[in-house]
Ligand binder design. Structure first.
Ligand code: FRU
Length: 527
C-alpha cells in the first residue's frame, strides 16, 4: 500500500479567538451557542472527545483530538487539530488524520522524531510522528482488533500521511489502545517508550522501540486501585519533587470509565519510580496500591469532579513543564449535554508539579500562567472581611457571557458549611462550599440550571481539603458552561460542567449552622 496523503495545508492565518478558532464569521448568540465556552477549546462544530497527540513543536502547541468530522455523535473517529502559541487562543485546522472504511483513528500521542529514527523523514527534515490506535472495522481483515499505527508529518503538523506498513504493534487484542509515546533517556541509553492499555484487563502495557516501527514488550502494570471500569488513555512522566532536580518521581496516569471517584469517567494516578523497564508504585501515596478493594475515595485522583477525563500531557513542553488537558465531559451523559453545533470542550490546560505534603508526594495543579495571568480584577472585589451568619449574602452580579476567575478566601467560624453560590438567582445556582464536619469541599450542581437532559448529570462532588493556615482559598475558573475549582495550593480540584439559566447572574456567599468570614473576594475578567 502506498502512503496516502490525507490532509491539506493549514488554513491561512486568521486571528484565533480564546478557546477556539477565529476563522468563522461572528456567530449568533442563541440556543446552546450561549453555552459555547469563551476560554476552553471547542471545535466550531461536531463531536469531540479525548485530547490526542499533545505536542509542543516550533513554538506551537498542537492539540489533536478525537473528532467526528460529520456530526455531533461519537462516530467516524478521526483526529481533529487545533494549534496555539499561548494555550488560550486556538486556531482550528482541517482534520489531521481521518478515519476510512477500514479503521477509526482512536486516541494516541505525537512525538518529534528529531533524529529521524523512524526513517519517515530525513535527517534534514525529521518528522512529527503520531502514534494512534487503529480500531479496525469491516471490511478490514483485522476487523474487531485494536492495534497501534503511525502517521507522520513532514511540514510541522499540517499534512499527515499514514505509514504504509501499519499497524506497527498488534497483539491480536480487541481492547489494546491509547498509546502515549515519549523519549526516555537514562545514562547512555535513549529510546522510545510507549504506555498503552489493555482496557478490559485493566493493565498498562509498556513497550520500547528504537525506531517507532518495531516494539518490544517491557512490562505490565496493574490491575491496581480503581478498576471499576475500563482503563484508558494512560500517561507516564517524570517530575522533580518540590523543584529539586535530584529528587524525582514518575507519575502514571490511568483514566478509567466508569469507576471514577465522582461517578462515571475519572482520572486516577500513581506516584512511583520507572527504571526504564518497569513502573513501581510507591506506598507513599494516600492509599498505596491494592487490588481495587478500598473505597474509591482512598485512591489518588487528578480531579474530583465529573468532567475531567482522558487527561494526558504535552510532549516537549518548554522548560520541562508538564501541562495536562482533559476532555471536559463524562461518558455517563456526554451524548446528551446541550452542545450544538459544537459538541464538547477541553479543560483548561494545567501545569503539574510534585510536592511533598505531610510526607506524601502529591501532584499540585495550577491553570497555566499564560491563561491565569490574563485575568484582571474587576470592580466587584470585596472591600474587606465580611461575616456571614446563617444567611445568603449577595456579593455581586457576574457576567453570564464572559469567562471569569473568582478568588475567595474564607475563615471558618461556628458554621458547619460555608461557601459561594455562583451563577445564582431565584433558587438556582451552583454551590461551592466547605463542610467543617466532613473536611471536604463540595460542588453542588443539582440546581445549577439545565440538568434534566440526563438523570446522571445532577450531582454533588466532594474532595477532602486540608485548610491552609486555617483558611480556605478558592480559585474558580468559570466559563459559560463549566466551572473548575482549585484549592489547597492546587492539591484539590473539581471540574464540572454547568448549564446555568441566562438570568442566573448572582454571586453570593452563604453560611449554614453559624458563621463564617469571607476575608476577600476578587472577580477577574480576561484583560
Ligand atoms: C476514551 C476512549 C479511548 C478511545 C477513544 C475513542 O474516552 O474511549 O479509549 O481511544 O475514547 O474515541
Amino acid at each position: 500500500m502506498n502512503p496516502k496523503t490525507i490532509n491539506h495545508a493549514l488554513q491561512p492565518a486568521a486571528k484565533p479567538r480564546p478557546g477556539g478558532d477565529g476563522v468563522e464569521p461572528p456567530r449568533e448568540v442563541s440556543g446552546s451557542e450561549n453555552y459555547r465556552p469563551a476560554i476552553h477549546y471547542t471545535p466550531r462544530r461536531n463531536w469531540i472527545n479525548d485530547p490526542n497527540g499533545l505536542l509542543h513543536h516550533n513554538g506551537l502547541y498542537h492539540l489533536f483530538y478525537q473528532y467526528n468530522p460529520n456530526s455531533s455523535v461519537h462516530a467516524n473517529m478521526s483526529w481533529g487539530h487545533a494549534s496555539s502559541t499561548d494555550l488560550l487562543h486556538w486556531e482550528e485546522h482541517p482534520v489531521a488524520i481521518p478515519c476510512d472504511e477500514e479503521e477509526q483513528i482512536f486516541s494516541g500521542s505525537a512525538v518529534f522524531d528529531a533524529h529521524n529514527s523512524s526513517g519517515l523523514g530525513t535527517v534534514d527534515n525529521p518528522p512529527l510522528v503520531a502514534v494512534y490506535t487503529s480500531a479496525y472495522t469491516n471490511p478490514s481483515a483485522l476487523a474487531g482488533r485494536q492495534a497501534q499505527s503511525l502517521a507522520y508529518s513532514l511540514d510541522g503538523g499540517s499534512i499527515w500521511t499514514k505509514y504504509a506498513a501499519n499497524p506497527v504493534l498488534d497483539r491480536g487484542s480487541a481492547n489494546f489502545r491509547d498509546p502515549k509515546v515519549f523519549r526516555h533517556t537514562q545514562g547512555e541509553a535513549s529510546y522510545w517508550v510507549m504506555v498503552a492499555v489493555e482496557a478490559q484487563a485493566r493493565t498498562v502495557e509498556l513497550y520500547r522501540s528504537e525506531n517507532l516501527t518495531e516494539w518490544t514488550h517491557l512490562s505490565s502494570f496493574g490491575p491496581a486501585n480503581a478498576t471499576g471500569g475500563v482503563w484508558e488513555c494512560p500517561d507516564l512522566f517524570e517530575l522533580p519533587v518540590d523543584g529539586d532536580p535530584d529528587t524525582t518521581r514518575w507519575m502514571l496516569v490511568v483514566n478509567l470509565n466508569p469507576g471514577g471517584v465522582a461517578g462515571g469517567s475519572g482520572a486516577q494516578y500513581f506516584i512511583g519510580t520507572f527504571n526504564g523497564t518497569t513502573f513501581t508504585p510507591e506506598n507513599t501515596t494516600t492509599a498505596g496500591t491494592d487490588a481495587g478493594t478500598k473505597p474509591l475515595r482512598q485512591y489518588d485522583w487528578l480531579d474530583w469532579g465529573r468532567d475531567y477525563y482522558a487527561a494526558v500531557s504535552y510532549n516537549n513542553a518548554p522548560d520541562g513543564r508538564r501541562i495536562m488537558t482533559g476532555w471536559m465531559n463524562n461518558w455517563d451523559y456526554a451524548a446528551d449535554v446541550p452542545h450544538e453545533p459544537w459538541c464538547g470542550a477541553m479543560t483548561l490546560p494545567r501545569e503539574i508539579t510534585l510536592t511533598r505534603h505531610h510526607g506524601v508526594i502529591r501532584p499540585s495543579q495550577h491553570v497555566v500562567p499564560e491563561i491565569d495571568n490574563k485575568f484582571k480584577a474587576a470592580a466587584a472585589s470585596s472591600d474587606g472581611p465580611r461575616v456571614i451568619q446563617d444567611e445568603i449574602q449577595l456579593l455581586a452580579t457576574h457576567d453570564a457571557n464572559e469567562a471569569q476567575r473568582i478568588d475567595a478566601v474564607f475563615t471558618p467560624g461556628t458554621g458547619t458549611e460555608f461557601g459561594l453560590i455562583i451563577r445564582g438567582g431565584n433558587g438556582h445556582g451552583t454551590r461551592i462550599a466547605y463542610n467543617t464536619s466532613t473536611g471536604c469541599l463540595h460542588l453542588d450542581r443539582t440546581k445549577s440550571g439545565v440538568v434534566a437532559f440526563n438523570s446522571l448529570f445532577s450531582s454533588i462532588e466532594s474532595v477532602p481539603v486540608h485548610l491552609s493556615n486555617g483558611t480556605l482559598a478558592l480559585h474558580i475558573y468559570l466559563d459559560k458552561s463549566s466551572v473548575e475549582v482549585f484549592t489547597a495550593d492546587g492539591l484539590a480540584t473539581i471540574t464540572d460542567q454547568i448549564f446555568p439559566l441566562e438570568t442566573s447572574q448572582e454571586l453570593s456567599a452563604y453560611a449554614n449552622g453559624g458563621s463564617a468570614t469571607l476575608d476577600s473576594l476578587t472577580i477577574g475578567y480576561l484583560s
